[in-house]
Design a protein around this ligand. Sequence first.
Ligand code: XMP
Length: 322
Amino acid sequence: MTGGREIKAKGMNVKKFIEEKAAEIQAAVGKGVAINALSGGVDSSVVTMLGHRALGERLKTYFIDNGLMRKDEPQRIQAIFKSLGVTIEIVDARAKFFKALKGLTDPEEKREAITQTFYKDVFGKLVTKSRAKYLLQGTILTDIDETVAGIKRQHNVFEQLGIDPKKAFGYHILEPLVQLRKDGVRKVGSALGLPASMYKRIPFPGPALAARVVGEVTPEKVEIVRLATVVVEEELAKVKAFQYLAILHEDRMTGMRDGRRDFGRQIEVRCWDSLDARKATPTNLPFSKLTRIASRICKEVPGVVSVTYNIATKPPSTIEAI
Ligand code: XMP
């Protein structure tokens, strides 16, 4: 299921795709059980719906709370899926992830720590408990391109790196969306009955807010970027853009607050126009929108004295910071 040629969103037969992938999942899993992790992003939400279509109760879905998610995400996503008839169990693994990230500053080491904690420690244990031999995962073609090109270690790409998940972690990984790019995944999500607020959602990376913290990832720094993300997502919700986000920089800047010197934090706002994340350009946002975002972030996020807007393109930038 992991290979195959690209299926372009334009002209795609969505109904046939869903039937074929559901049949492939059923054939692979047989009478056994499978598990998957839902992050609330478009890809994992679509895989969750597809997997439940194929396996019903034999697919056990977990939401791993890694402490790196957006504000109130675990409970919000659980409630949305409950309304769709899908039960999600939340697993509190916050302490494990922060322990694994402690002291790490290198982007690839941070990604690797999240991968290992997720698959070996947290998920490995859930797999053993559930006796599942199969893990359903929302890897898409763009994740693979970038990993193969050596740009970023996408946390859900193994086969392409020559890692056998069965040997490394003890289970098989099924990746039914691996021939699609984001636009195709959205079409499948719509056809599977996901609300538009879910399948049209802006992409969110596997390493979550850790991909947006430059330097060491601590609970305090994640909270800063989480609060800045609330402002950016609220303010840009109606903007037609591919993705928008907030990044916390390591640099501190002299600022002033209440008439006193404040050696504060710096947030970078990014808003991207893109079709499929391979190339991206900054969205031409009205200046009044940018200043409103800056003013809200400085007011609502403790310690922030500087807000910048990214105007570089991808490449050479990437969408996330790490
Ligand atoms: P970059 O930062 O590489 O991001 O330009 C391209 C797109 O992929 C998302 N992204 C990820 N998605 N696992 C994912 O599932 C990851 O490790 C990961 N890293 C980046 C990013 O949000 C953007 O949409």
